[in-house]
Design a protein around this ligand. Structure first.
Ligand code: GPK
Length: 791
């Protein structure tokens, strides 16, 4: 390993050990590790070909990967070897690992889920490709200026990406615009614009280096590099114009995942990566098959939300216009390959494109969508329409072109059946199924929490890493005093490490024995960071009123970004920072209450915060959080949840036991009922003196003394609409927090509850989720297992 690293340093980086920077060392280590996975990667491809396996194609606009170096090293079981080699070379392993920038090619849960799924597909040995966009700029970097969010472009590709292989030979033309000709029964699309999609491959190696799949990300390039005539005339800007336009398509990740941005560029991005992926998988299929009617036996295409929903019409177009299959046959054939995952019920997130816009950019696809619509109406008169009020509704399109549609938690799936797709569900009663989300235990326990990982592995071996249900054996340890002491100590160590980091980065001193209460996720009204903050102010008031009470010391930690155009979410960020300023400087609550909000929350920060958490805030308005996956990461790492009956919280509570979960709030049914009552928010505020007082303080400018009107908008919103029922759940939430306070006072009992959480989370491994997709949607199998069966 030492020699390999030094070789790479010399021959790939052109540096000798005396002059190498941290970056050089990191690249040398990464390239060395990468070399060691190539055999597995090749062998997996060969085996999948030899067995003529069905392949899974996971199409996702987002892959929120984070850093890869630790995953790669641990999946290859090289941790001790690399550490040892670096120590011998006088280098610091941790410093080198931390030098890798996060690949932040996603916004939040949806993108992180795609990354966890890639890890599980490889670990289970299911042949699969992840397909997405190689954004030049990932999710924006967040900082705070006077408490307000500032966004700066993210630049992960300023340095070479260590893990990818550029594939200049894997390149497909992607067309836009123009018009369509129908001649003698033959249809021709004459596009007006063309770009090239070039593949960049990152190997995804499963646990213990047994199997490797590929994450293939597309980058947009111009068809011709630049216009030499303009250049020679001295018009350098014009010479580069078409190049710049083409590259724009893979330039930036859209930072808003919950509103239909309505941007032409976004539609082009969606078609760009979908069309490239379909050309690629068709080419692979046609290499060793000639009958396209067998396509569904070899190809499963999963649409991660509606972003790639144009895959339906695109696949039909390729089958009909390029391979001469009848339209009537092509539609069901495409459907047999396609499945769609819904991730939200929020109406603003259901994509719609103006017919005029879609028709201008993808004229042939609009024709095909009309044919799909007519076919659906003929077969199912009165079916909900794809085309309505001049819009193309991508949810309906995805549903109608999919053989299975899945929700991401039990509750969410029921609500999908009852609300957004109620009418389509009546027509296709077996199409909607549930696949509750999961998380990869490799990243979210094994790598991020080495203390707990070693404790578990010492107790039971490492079988749990690929078979997380084995963790149930830990339940027997609750009476083992030595184990419980070590379990508590590992949490204490993580909290001490986090306190150091927060001290250094935020300049706030924390007491590691306080309860660390953490809410990290995108800032959104439905996730109710505001309710958490109001409760913090109420607690501060009570602490000041009753200084002699035996208060449980608390650290409230927030993390998350707001979409740049989401003004209410940005006000909430500012309010958190303003309140923090006042409370953190109040001598009356010193040592008892602190608020910290480290900027630029990302995957790497989550890996730091989650293992150091005691209490996990999962407090969305019931019915609004499709699943949540952060909730699973916390519980797995021994944090207790304070939460509503929303998304996967419901199933987490069933698994960990209601006695190990702080439940509060209205149910989804009660929420819908409450909204019918006129003036529900005002009524709730009037019934709660504690809440009234907090809102009064905020409205008066207690937290913005030089700009007292700053939060009138926020307070007014709560009085006048409060669509997400912060006011209605406030008292119930406050009470649940006091139950948590009391429970925390008994450290042994708290630890026993925490252990029950860790021990009960096995079912939430994304390995279980992927097995469900493979069985119920894809009918895909690991070729190794198939060979074992036949042997
Ligand atoms: C859902 F619709 C969306 C979206 O645009 N982005 C996103 O991250 C999330 N999601 C849900 O909000 C979570 O509840 C869920 O766990 C996650 O997707 C994965 O399914």
């Amino acid at each position: 390993m030492k020699d390999d690293i030094l070789n790479r340093l010399q021959f790939s980086l052109g540096k000798d050990a005396d002059h190498a920077s941290v970056y050089d060392w990191r690249m040398a280590v990464s390239l060395t590790v990468r070399d060691q996975m190539v055999d597995t990667w090749f062998n997996s491809t060969k085996e999948a070909y030899a067995a003529s396996s069905k392949r899974v194609y996971y199409l996702s606009m987002e892959f929120l990967i984070g850093r890869l170096i630790e995953d790669m090293i641990s999946n290859l079981q090289l941790e001790d070897t690399v550490r040892g080699a670096l120590t011998d070379l006088g280098q610091d392993f941790d410093e080198i690992v931390h030098d890798e920038p996060d690949a932040a090619l996603g916004n939040g849960g949806l993108g992180r889920l795609a990354a966890c799924f890639m890890d599980s597909l490889a670990t289970l040995g299911i042949p699969a490709f992840g397909y997405g966009i190689r954004y030049e700029h990932g999710l924006f970097e967040q900082s705070f200026a006077q408490g307000q969010q500032v966004e700066r472009p993210e630049t992960w590709l300023n340095q070479r990406h260590a893990w990818e292989f550029e594939r200049p030979e894997v390149q497909f033309p992607i067309c836009f615009g123009g018009h369509v000709d129908h001649h003698d029964g033959k249809t021709t699309w004459h596009p007006s614009e063309k770009v090239l999609a070039t593949a960049y491959d990152t190997p995804v190696i499963g646990w213990k280096n047994e199997w490797g799949n590929t994450l293939r990300l597309w980058s947009a390039e111009p068809v011709s590099q630049f216009d030499l005539d303009s250049f020679n005339r001295g018009d350098y800007l014009a010479a580069g114009r078409s190049e710049a336009l083409a590259r724009t398509i893979s330039r930036v990740l859209y930072p808003d995942d919950t509103t239909d941005s309505g941007k032409e560029l976004r539609l082009k991005q969606e078609y760009f990566f979908t069309a490239a992926s379909i050309q690629d998988l068709m080419r692979r299929y046609l290499q060793d098959h000639d009958d396209l009617r067998q396509l569904p036996e070899h190809v499963a295409i999963q649409l991660n939300d509606t972003h790639p929903a144009i895959a339906g019409p695109e696949l039909v177009r390729v089958l009909v216009d390029e391979h001469g299959i009848d339209m009537a046959e092509a539609i069901p054939l495409a459907r047999a390959c396609l499945a769609y995952t819904n991730h939200t019920l929020l109406p603003e997130a259901l994509e719609k494109w103006g017919e005029w816009l879609l028709g201008r950019i993808l004229p042939r696809h609009l024709e095909i969508i009309r044919i799909i619509e007519e076919t659906q109406q003929r077969e199912h008169p009165g079916s909900p329409r794809i085309l309505e009020h001049g819009d193309v509704r991508m949810g309906e399109l995805a549903f109608i072109m999919a053989h299975k549609v899945n929700g991401v938690s039990a509750l969410h799936t029921e609500l999908v059946k009852e609300t957004v797709f109620a009418d389509l569900h009546r027509i296709h009663p077996t199409r909607i199924i549930n696949q509750t989300n999961g998380i990869t235990p490799r990243r979210w326990l094994y790598n991020c929490n080495p203390g707990l990982r070693d404790l578990i592995t010492d107790a039971m071996g490492d079988g749990w890493v690929a078979d997380l249900e084995q963790l149930t054996a830990l339940k027997a340890k609750r009476d083992d005093a030595a184990f419980m002491q070590a379990f508590q100590a590992s949490k204490r160590d993580n909290k001490a490490a986090l306190s150091n980091w927060i001290g250094q980065t935020c300049g706030i001193a924390l007491d590691p024995d306080a309860m660390f209460d953490v809410q990290i996720k995108r800032i959104h009204e439905y996730k109710r960071q505001l309710m958490n903050l109001l409760e913090t102010v109420a607690l501060w008031n009570d602490m000041r009123d009753n200084p002699d009470h035996d208060w449980t010391p608390r650290v409230k930690i927030f993390g998350g970004k707001a979409a740049p155009g989401y003004y209410m979410a940005k006000d909430i960020i500012r309010l958190i920072n303003d309140v923090a300023e006042v409370i953190n400087n109040d001598p009356a609550t010193k040592g008892r209450l602190k608020i910290v909000y480290p900027p630029n929350y990302n995957v790497t920060m989550a890996e730091r915060l989650i293992p150091a958490s005691d209490l996990s805030e999962q407090i969305s308005t019931a019915g609004k959080e499709a699943s949540g996956t952060g909730n699973m990461k916390f519980a797995l790492n021994g944090a207790l949840t304070i939460g509503t009956l929303d998304g996967a919280n419901v199933e987490i509570r069933e698994h960990v036991g209601s006695e190990n979960f702080f439940l509060f709030g209205l149910t989804a049914a009660e929420v819908m009922e409450r909204r019918q009552h006129h003036g529900y928010a005002r009524a709730a505020i009037e019934a709660s003196p504690r809440l009234q007082r907090v809102l009064g303080q905020i409205a008066e400018g207690r937290f913005a003394p030089h700009d007292t009107g700053r939060y009138h908008g926020v307070v007014g919103m709560l009085y006048d609409h409060d669509y997400f029922l912060v006011t209605c759940d406030f008292d119930s939430y406050f009470d649940a927090q006091r139950r948590a306070d009391n429970a925390y006072q008994n450290a042994d009992n708290w630890a026993a509850m925490a252990l029950m959480n860790t021990a009960s989370m096995g079912w939430f491994s994304s390995d279980r989720t992927i097995k469900g997709y493979a069985r119920d949607i894809w009918n895909a199998h690991p070729p190794r297992a198939a060979m074992d069966r036949s042997a």
